[in-house]
Design a protein around this ligand. Structure first.
Ligand SMILES: C[S@@+](CC[C@H](N)C(=O)[O-])C[C@H]1O[C@@H](n2cnc3c(N)ncnc32)[C@H](O)[C@@H]1O
Length: 242
């Protein structure tokens, strides 16, 4: 399991110590989907959502690869409209923005607090998004991804999704349906004919992979080794109709 998505963690009001090993609570908010908290641990920041350690800023390789591998897989990536599901600390946005190929970058994030940690006050997470926030191609949409998929008129060339620890370990139950047949129907409706669906996971999901294989002509499963000792690799699933 990667440092990106570890296990359950409950921030406590006593999180005030400031050593490399001890987290310092910087902000916590009650959001529509439970509490979200931002902590600093040494040089790194951590996001805890609904009691689950969602990610930290220590290693963004697999979050970046989610974008680069999706773009590389397109026959015509120039001008591609990329959707990034989940802003998080911004590694995926940084990758999309440093790439000249996307024509539009739409980031869908449901937690206002996470957007504010990038854009308001000290904007502590903004550096991890690289040039993403000043890039004219970027639009940040504050919405639930499932709602956005149901209502958008966009057809995306690359749907790059990293809103959970994976299809089998969602942050809230409301996200479960994204990986179901109904969720895949929704994703297919918003995917351009020759587009690619890229899904990040902290572990293999055989059930989800079987669902992808049943409906897409081309599937690639990419493993990304993690820096944690004995950690299992992160996985990116790439799927397309062509
Ligand atoms: C693991 S982080 C994203 C990591 C991101 N790839 C990066 O590079 O930092 C997951 C993000 O998805 C957001 N999220 C979770 N469920 C969501 C949903 N249903 N709709 C939109 N955003 C969601 C979380 O608030 C969090 O910011």
């Amino acid at each position: 399991m990667s440092t990106h998505h570890l296990g359950a963690a409950q921030p406590s009001p006593d999180d005030t110590a400031d050593t490399a090993d001890t987290p310092v609570l910087l902000d916590r908010r009650e959001g529509p989907f439970g509490e979200v908290a931002l902590r600093r641990r040494g040089a790194h920041f951590e996001i805890i959502a609904n009691g689950t350690f969602l990610m930290d800023t220590s290693d963004g390789r697999s979050e970046r690869l989610l974008i680069s591998a999706a773009l590389d897989s397109l026959d015509s990536p120039r001008g591609a409209h990329v959707l990034i599901g989940g802003l998080g600390v911004g590694f995926s946005l940084a990758e999309a923005a440093q790439d000249r190929r996307p024509g539009r970058i739409t980031v869908v994030e449901r937690e206002p607090a996470i957007i504010e940690w990038h854009t308001q006050g000290d904007a502590l997470l903004a550096p991890f998004a690289g040039t993403g926030h000043t890039d004219p191609r970027t639009e940040i949409v504050n919405a639930d991804l499932l709602d956005h998929l149901r209502t958008t008129e966009n057809r995306y060339d690359a749907l790059c999704l990293d809103i959970d620890n994976g299809p089998d370990w969602t942050v809230t139950e409301s996200n479960d349906s994204l990986y179901s047949e109904a969720g895949l129907d929704l994703l297919e409706q918003t995917l351009a004919d020759e587009g690619v669906l890229a899904v990040w996971s902290a572990a293999h999901s055989r059930t989800f992979e079987a669902r992808l294989r049943a409906r897409f002509a081309r599937i690639e499963v990419i493993e990304i080794p993690v820096q944690v000792e004995r950690g299992i690799p992160d996985v990116v699933y790439l799927s397309s109709r062509v």
